[in-house]
Unconditional design. Sequence first.
Length: 583
Amino acid sequence: MNQADTLIDVEKAEAGYREGYSNGHYNNHQKYSPAVPGLEWSQNQAWCETFQSWAFQQANEKSLAPVTASCATAVNWYKNKGRFSFYPAIGALAFFGPAGGGHVGLVYKYDTDNAYTIEGNTNDNGSFEGNGVYMKTRPRRDGFLYGYGLPAFTEGVVTADPGLKDKPGFTYQATASSGVAGSPPTTPVETALPWVSSNQLIWAATHSVDQQRAVEPGDSNPADDVALVQDALEKVMGVAVGDPHGVFDAETQKLYDAFRKDKLGYSTADATGSPGPRSLIELGKRSKLFNVRAGSSPALTLPMVNVNQVQWAATHNAQEEEAQPDGASSSKVDVALVQDGLKKVMHTTVADTAGIFEQATQSLYDEFRHTVLNLTGDDAIGSPGGESLSELGQRSGLFQVDFGSPASGPDGAVVSAGAINPKDVTFNRHVSGGTLDEWITEACAAAGVPANHHWIRGIKTAAGRESSGNPNVCNVWDLNAITPHGFTAVHDFGDGVYVAGAKPRKINGAPTPFQCSRGVLQCIPQTFASRHAPGTSVNIYDPVASIAAAIGYVRKKYGVSADGSNLAAKVRQFDPNRPGGGY
């Protein structure tokens, strides 16, 4: 039996154990604290994490987990080792509550909707403070389940994290169960349904049979979509549509009108005319034959979702999102549409508050990119991008995507040319490629200085010293790594450096101190915002925007000339002939 199954076997054997009972109530007196050297003091206290420490010890796997009675300590232990994920894994520790500090359980199985756990100090209701060891079913995407610590099992880790798919020591499985006898069978993944374009149906319903037949075979031909709708009408209405199959004729129109009137209760104008998205969605749902998207021209009149608004929400916390006033300029409007789109396409609810982009929404969006769009690696994680948002809007039929308008922060400050509000900075991973030389050339143009040898040599020197040229570096160990008064921690998608000189590892959206130095030239968000170059990204990890802001900063603070001729003399960190230093 491998290490994960051994551990699971140990814990399953404890299911049904109950703590002590006195004076009419349970009292947290249990057998686990005295059996773990160093945790004897934890007797009569909350013991969910103590139970996990005991189990790892009993399975002779003590080195794979911290010996602690604190969930928060265990979360940090796994994070510091780069073994923390927001996706479940077999044998992983599932942490619950704010920042994972409230409760813990061991995962023995997971499917697309739930993580199945063994937990100490809980009860039938699954509360933080209970009376014994229970086997629980926990929704993966509610706000209660924070994330997972991944022990370094010798056999490797089976995980649902698409970001670990190609990494040594990890095996990706969308659903999985331990090999221990008695584990319930894994819930099968729902078979994907074909897509029907509402626009194609509208076109077919408003054109003659001859015009429909004249369309050449291919993606723009509505025949397949019409045939699916006809099959659905036959199934739901119990009446077969006559030939021609795949052509939206008068008979099909008549039966579709009957469906809207008799099954949906529509009346007057709502029950007649060409198919609309709302009734098509209902027909697909009732027949279980298709999903609905907007599809090809003619375009439907759908609400717009702003990419910048959604990205801003994805990298800021619930308090900042809630602080925005309601209205068309608020990210809450756009996020609510995205959540509705995820709910429809992924066939599940979103546990976060409507309009608030937190961890449950992020996890479901990552799963959409991985399982529906077949994206992998960095493309399948992080805050939403324009292409995936467009796909979600099209597949759900609920919105279109606006790439141009600015985002606005909680105080109403709009991202505009030049300086921006620090709270409008976003923290999205840079995945667009490019070279340091290309970034410098573009940044110089954005900052209004020539891309001459003074600037190029100086910036390349500083970038090597500050980040080794990595545009995604986030320093979480030095004095800057704090959250000042008036700010809050942000969801960060960079590469965290937790100890000086240590290898960076992905943060994957975890809450991170606001003021960390970030990017290729290690700006803090306040500096990046105050020296933001007109026309560049508000993402601090965008190397062009980061370098341009740094140029503005050294020019203002140190009096560096526009041609950069005194850059090396004024700022030691940019001088290849002197030892480096802060700037």
